[in-house]
Design a protein around this ligand. Structure first.
Ligand code: NDP
Length: 275
């Protein structure tokens, strides 16, 4: 499988979305977000994953504007936070995100978490924003199969993306198969296990190609057809994480990494969270 650095997957509605993006959770809005986005775009990233809850949409927007790259060449994802779920409050929260980002049309808008008794109403609001042309694609995050079934049954559109925790210790096999069967693109959060990359098999495979454990994991995402959004504020690491398009894992190596799965989460369980 060969994929170029700027190559995209095509979502179910025909919109193209880069396989690689930059995550910006925990990146501060005091200049750090702007610097981080600018250096990532210099390193070749063309997709940024933020959220209202990250409190850095202003800096992300500034970084995009100052990058010298045309707005339409950068794919921007943001998310509706839990406290803002519901129909009207989602529309208001989206306006706030759009203003902070300083962009007219958001490329991908996600429901951040499946807040009980709220997420189908929130989905109706996302569908309206999509129909009205304010967002190019809509999706969800942290949705299990039963949450996906709910929105598919009650909504007009099937979510185009589901962004979930996904890495070698949490391969989400059932969820991934279900998503594939409905043409929902899976997107990995915490792909680098939040920096916990100390697994001998990753180092061994990397040594064969002259690649780091981080690069091996990110390449594994792509070969499993999962969009990946590693976060780094460190320019050298941003470059390292983007340098994954000149080698390919063998099917045996992909299987070896798949076999690390322990259903282990670093983040909250979408069936049992209280925020
Ligand atoms: P990641 O798995 O991307 O890991 C980020 C950590 O790894 C940082 O501490 C970073 O350090 C470090 N790191 C980055 N590159 C390397 C490297 N090459 N070698 C060693 N360490 C490295 O964690 P995140 O939790 O940030 O996940 C990525 C993105 O996913 C988020 O930023 C966010 O956009 C999204 N996300 C979405 C969630 C959701 O609920 N939808 C939940 C969590 C995340 P440093 O920055 O100091 O270089």
């Amino acid at each position: 499988m060969t994929i170029a650095r700027t190559e995209s997957t095509t979502l179910s509605n025909g919109v193209k979305m880069p396989w690689l993006g930059l995550g910006v959770w925990k990146v501060k809005d005091d200049g750090e977000a702007e610097r981080t986005v600018t250096s990532a775009i210099e390193a070749g990233y063309r997709s940024i994953d933020t959220a209202a809850a990250y409190n850095n949409e202003t800096g992300v927007g500034a970084g995009i504007r100052n990058s010298g790259i045309a707005r339409e060449e950068i794919f921007v994802t943001t998310k509706i936070w839990n406290a803002h779920q519901g129909y009207e409050s989602t529309l208001t929260a989206f306006e706030d995100s759009r203003r902070k980002l300083g962009i007219d049309v958001v490329d991908l808008l996600l429901i951040h978490w499946p807040v009980k008794d709220k997420y189908t109403e929130t989905w109706r609001a996302l569908e309206k924003l999509y129909r009205d042309g304010y967002v190019r694609a809509i999706g969800v995050s942290n949705f299990q199969i039963h949450h996906l079934r709910d929105v598919i049954e009650t909504g007009e559109f099937v979510p185009m993306v589901n962004q979930v925790e996904y890495h070698p210790l949490l391969t989400q096999n059932e969820l991934h198969s279900f998503a594939k069967s409905r043409n929902i693109q899976l997107m990995a959060w915490s792909p680098l296990m939040q920096g916990n990359l100390d697994h001998a098999i990753l180092a061994d495979i990397g040594a064969k190609y002259g690649k780091t454990p981080a690069q091996v994991v990110l390449r594994w995402d792509l070969q499993n057809e999962v969009i990946t959004i590693p976060k780094s504020v460190t320019p050298a690491r941003q470059q390292e994480n983007a340098d994954i398009f000149d080698f390919a894992l063998t099917p045996e190596e992909v299987a070896q990494i798949n076999a690390l799965n322990r259903d282990q989460r670093f983040g909250p369980d979408p069936d049992n969270f209280n925020f």
